[in-house]
Design a protein around this ligand. Sequence first.
Ligand code: KPL
Length: 317
Amino acid sequence: MRPDIHLLVVGPGALGCLVVAALSRGMEGTGSRLSVLDHDRNRADLLNRQGICCELDGNRRRFPIPVTADPETAGPADVVILCVKSYDVLASLASCRPLLTEGTVLLFLQNGIAHLDCGDAAGEAAIAYGTTTEGATLLNPGHVRHAGHGATFLGFPSPADAHSTTLLHQTAAICSRGGLTTTMTDDILHRLWAKLFVNVGINALTAIHGCANGDLLTLPGIVERMRTAVAEAERVARAGGIVVTGDPYSATVEVCRKTADNISSMLQDVRRRRRTEIDAINGAIVREGRSLGLETPENLRLVEQIRAIEAGYAAPH
Ligand code: KPL
């Protein structure tokens, strides 16, 4: 194992800042390096000056990490960790292209499954995926609150060479040391779908009702919609050859309980009048379902309701 790897986080949003905080804690005292690439030049300048700040249990810590908007300055990197929103993946890969050379691992950390089709844009890099149930709330640019502990899984969708495997193991170890429990898995696609079921059941409904995750279990009529949306997603997954273990609906209810006070990423987006990841979550179920000849009316309704909310952003308050 090399003690001095260079990790590059792309996209300092809520999850990106949480990952930066964990990696910087985890690599303290080692020769490894961390930097951040942000396509937004003004924000990159701001974060480069003020550092990235993470709050946990009321304690705030600032991490003075180099942040740049210039991929040439950011690289080369051993592991590029893509934390941008799912709809920004392709644009981000295009700008990172010079960094995606042979010997680099490109780790995707997005909600949903839309990014699984973006592999062709990854250049020579070895592709890995990750999924996390850590709660992260962005309070201000570069300032995140760790809003609840979860679990993170990393893995390759197909067997990888020894060099890439070592790099991903090192990344997982640094992350765990820094406080985000991270496990390598041979079955990352299964994990991505397991997380997708949870997002299908929680994200759009919290955004529509403007409520915290736990409130979905008490508001009248919501649990039925959640159960139907997750059941449709499960049918689509099975029809597409995904092995589904356990009961995705019970797992979703469990996440609602465990993250009861959390504001879902989609509700955070709606509150900031930002584009949501609906296309990568319920929209992906509708698309996958159609390609397999399955209708998914509850997911379609959720997509339409979120699109209507997004369309309303343009209107005056
Ligand atoms: O992943 C999440 C999200 O908000 O996107 C959950 C698990 C629903 C936690 O809020």
